[in-house]
Design a binder for this molecule. Structure first.
Ligand code: MN
Ligand code: MN
Length: 270
């Protein structure tokens, strides 16, 4: 029996607990369960700042059971996302390391021919290969732009640009808003449909310690929320990736994930 159609005014959560393409530390595979726990925590409520009761509007599709092998895992992720999109789900994906955004977007690219990606990250993730791995979490946006699944890529919060990745950004026509130039997304001239890929390390490690790659000089949580709320076009899907519970003994970064999740969901329902 095919899965039932998605309910209107809901956002579907899907966990993708896969971190085998991480270059420095493992841990993000443990993220989805902890983000859900933080979302349900009685220490906060389930409302977005815009006055939307997001808690009432979540459908939980659970976590995928994934093999370690990269290509098998990627095809399982693409299939699962494709099934959700076929039933009309508005999908919010919890990674996992950032490599999972490539198979997620392969499925989105089949449904949307004119997708713009708004990519929040300290890192461009545009390497052609990293330490011999073309599917590394340092490479997803090279694979995404090569495969033509999105019309446009806008990167926000970048503060580790180097020569090989700058060449890749030029090759793919990426619009890069580096941290040092950041004012607002208005300058990017965004139009829909939009997919938001939110790498938690776009935030300053002072606000989000629970990531593998600490890169000082990043966004505050407040600035990130302002940018999400200010996206001037329909958001059809999103992911939150690179939360590493192994570096979040206090659980504070899980609450940051839950907050970003609520604000992304509100933007998706707007
Ligand atoms: Mn990333
Ligand atoms: Mn990053």
């Amino acid at each position: 029996m095919p899965p039932a159609d998605a309910r209107p005014r809901t956002v579907t959560l899907l966990g993708v607990p896969y971190d085998a393409n991480s270059s420095f530390l493992r841990g993000p595979a443990k993220a989805p369960a902890l983000i859900r726990q933080a979302l349900a925590s009685p220490s906060s409520n389930s409302w977005s700042e815009s006055g939307e009761d997001i808690g009432a509007g979540f459908e939980d599709a659970g976590d995928l059971a994934l093999p370690q092998d990269c290509l098998s895992a990627f095809s399982a992720i693409e299939n699962a996302v494709g099934e959700q999109l076929a039933r009309g789900a508005r999908l919010l994906v919890f990674g996992g390391d950032h490599s999972i955004t490539f198979p997620v977007l392969r499925a989105f690219g089949k449904k949307y021919s004119d997708l713009t990606i708004v990519h929040f990250d300290a890192h461009p993730d545009l390497y052609d290969e990293f330490e011999g791995n073309r599917f590394s979490h340092a490479c997803p946006f090279a694979r995404i732009m090569e495969s033509g699944v999105a019309r446009r890529l806008v990167q926000v919060g970048i503060r580790t640009m180097n020569a090989p990745q700058r060449a890749q950004a030029e090759r793919f026509g990426v619009h890069v808003i580096e941290m040092r130039q950041l004012a607002s997304l208005a300058q990017a001239g965004l139009s829909g449909p939009i997919y938001v890929s939110f790498d938690l390390d776009v935030l300053d490690p002072a606000f989000a310690e629970g990531v593998s790659h600490w890169e000082p000089g990043g966004l505050s949580v407040r600035e990130a929320i302002g940018l999400i709320q200010g996206i001037p076009a329909p958001v059809v899907g999103a992911d939150i990736v690179e939360y590493n519970p192994e570096r979040d003994a206090s659980g504070r970064t899980a609450m940051v994930c839950a907050k970003i999740c609520k604000e992304l969901a509100a933007r998706m329902l707007a």
